[in-house]
Design a protein around this ligand. Structure first.
Ligand SMILES: *[C@@H]1O[C@H](CO)[C@@H](O)[C@H](O)[C@H]1NC(C)=O
Ligand SMILES: *[C@@H]1O[C@H](CO)[C@@H](O)[C@H](O)[C@H]1NC(C)=O
Ligand SMILES: *[C@@H]1O[C@H](CO)[C@@H](O)[C@H](O)[C@H]1NC(C)=O
Length: 122
């Protein structure tokens, strides 16, 4: 009995290491929540291009919406979808910046933020 107890104690650390990660995809047995589905949308890292000073990131897909923040040339953020809106230099798509929760016109985002990569927001 004494031997078994000490053997168990010796094995415990290994058992802890061998245990599967609690939230690994393989161990999932329930459907993902809405929030998790949202997180699985496209996520593209895009640079700000074609601006000499800064570009506005707006609360909606058009120049009539309020400015949430501004970005300088070269700033990299994550974008997850696009919406149609007002046009800038012939580009009428607005990319949703998920880091800041605002839209930048597609004319100012790099190639990773193509319509095909992002997909429509709705
Ligand atoms: C495009 O996306 C890739 C993968 O996330 C990233 O490594 C790269 O820096 C991005 N390119 C630009 C110009 O942001
Ligand atoms: C926009 O930026 C890209 C990449 O830096 C460049 O190739 C392109 O010529 C720029 N377009 C304009 C109109 O400045
Ligand atoms: C406008 O921007 C989007 C997203 O950055 C891009 O996919 C598209 O090719 C651009 N369209 C034009 C006409 O420049």
């Amino acid at each position: 009995m004494k031997f078994i107890t000490s053997a168990l104690l010796l094995l415990l650390p290994f058992a802890a290491v061998a245990a599967p990660a609690p939230d690994s995809a393989e161990s999932r047995s329930v459907a993902p929540t809405g929030e998790e589905i949202f997180d699985k949308r496209a996520e593209e890292l895009c640079s700000i291009i074609n601006v000499s000073t800064y570009v506005n990131c707006r609360s909606g897909p058009g120049t009539g919406y309020s400015v949430v923040t501004t970005f300088k040339e070269g700033e990299k953020w994550y974008y997850s979808c696009y919406e149609p809106g007002t046009c800038t230099e012939g580009n009428c798509t607005w990319d949703w910046n998920e880091d800041w929760g605002c839209y930048v016109n597609g004319y100012y985002t790099s190639a990773n933020c193509s319509k095909a990569n992002l997909g429509l927001c709705y």
